[in-house]
Design a protein around this ligand. Structure first.
Ligand code: PMP
Ligand code: GLN
Length: 381
């Protein structure tokens, strides 16, 4: 393993899901739903496979139907206009979009300011690009970014701000004021912004607004999203990049040599998914909001300190009330102790002390599974 990948070993998601499989514990670790997305969308994938659409290499930037549907979705929800031919790129999930964006936009030695706790692929992709991650720590209980601290972290080497809202793992959703302040800094210092918005439809308090919509931001922002979370098809790996054409073209150059193209038949199905009526998006969000409250109540009853998320399908907790402070050790032992798997947020920080006692649970599971998990966790105290 080369030095750029030092310490990146196996992702915590793979480690904890393997632990769930090995022990038969309820997996509230890795974020994937236990109920698949809409039947009509699955049928669309089957039709594409059967009719021979996308079974051979699809076009590099993604099939035109999907690029058009992505552009139409941005107009419908955010009143943003995108040219589907030059300003949209389909990727193998948001994960590839992040990797391709980092590889395309960073020079070795560039600094990237990113929130921590961070989604784990950010650290890896910045490292693979030979750049340096500069963490902006989000602190409990609110996990709001300190914008003075952000300003102080900008140096002449800063190339890019890597944002994530709604934020995994904390569930923090940037407010309009925070976004405006961040945008003003990006304009002032002529920075690129890469924004990971895969949880755009999972906001329970406030609303999601793409930072690309703010003045001066369009030409410097690469927006990333994915079908995995919005439509409950995390295994399909359909994601996308949206930006002005020079930025999309740069990211596309990198993408060509990572996967060349993304899997065909699922692209046809997601093109249909993006056209589902508003009722789909509304009821999906309402359902997850209810699950958030269900699991949140269960975790509080079990004795956790619960940090209420405004978005995503994760709840970050603190285990200090149990007299414990090492989240990783806690999560390793949890299946044995009570048959539940969770994710230690400590691995999402550079500073091992920050977030040391934080544990993340996902609530994208059936109600009976959440009830059972909450019941098991009550035996912890
Ligand atoms: N970004 C964030 C913040 C995530 O939580 C995830 C996991 N869904 C991804 C990116 C990766 O998305 P995908 O599965 O589409 O690659
Ligand atoms: N995004 C999901 C999570 O945070 C899964 C990520 C993964 O397995 N790479 O749990």
């Amino acid at each position: 393993l080369n030095r750029r990948l030092d310490g990146l070993g196996t992702t915590i998601f793979a480690e904890m899901s393997a632990l769930a499989t090995a022990t038969g514990a309820i997996n509230l670790g890795q974020g994937f739903p236990d109920t698949d997305g809409p039947e009509s969308v699955r049928e669309a994938a089957v039709r594409a496979l059967r009719d021979g659409r996308g079974n051979q290499y699809p076009p590099g930037p993604g099939i035109p139907e999907l690029r058009q549907a992505i552009a139409d979705h941005q107009r419908r929800f955010y009143d943003l206009s995108l040219d589907p031919d030059t300003e949209v790129l389909v990727t193998a999930g948001a994960t590839e979009a992040i990797a391709a964006a980092m590889l395309a936009l960073l020079e070795p030695g560039d600094e990237v300011i990113a929130f921590e706790p961070f989604y784990d692929s950010y650290a890896a992709c910045i490292a693979m690009a030979g750049a340096k991650r500069v963490p902006l720590t989000l602190r409990a209980p609110s996990f709001r970014p300190d914008l003075d601290e952000l300003r102080a972290k900008i140096t002449p080497r800063t190339r890019l701000l890597l944002l994530n809202t709604p934020h995994n793992p904390t569930g923090m959703v940037l407010t309009a004021e925070e976004q405006s302040a961040i945008a003003a800094l990006a304009v002032e210092h002529d920075l690129l912004v890469v924004t990971d918005e895969v949880y755009e439809h999972l906001v329970y308090e406030g609303t999601h607004r793409p930072i690309a919509a703010l003045p001066g931001m369009r030409e410097r922002t690469v927006s990333i999203s994915s079908a995995g979370k919005t439509f409950s098809f995390t295994g399909w790996k359909v994601g996308w990049v949206m930006a002005d054409s020079p930025l999309v073209s740069a990211v596309r150059t990198a993408k060509q040599y990572l996967t060349y193209v993304s899997a065909g038949p699922f692209q046809y199905a997601i093109a249909e998914a993006l056209r589902l009526p508003d009722a789909y998006f509304d009821s999906f969000r309402a359902d997850l909001r209810r699950k958030r409250d269900l699991l949140g109540d269960g975790l509080r009853a079990a004795g956790f300190e619960v940090y209420q998320p405004q978005g995503t399908y994760f709840i970050t907790t603190d285990i200090t009330p149990f007299g414990e402070k090492d989240a990783y050790a806690f999560c390793r032992a949890l299946p044995e102790r009570c048959g539940v798997v969770a994710i230690p947020n400590s691995v999402f920080y550079d500073d091992p002390d920050a977030g040391r006692s934080q544990v993340r649970f996902t609530f994208c599971k059936r109600d009976d599974v959440l009830d059972e998990a909450a019941g098991r966790l009550r035996h912890l105290a």
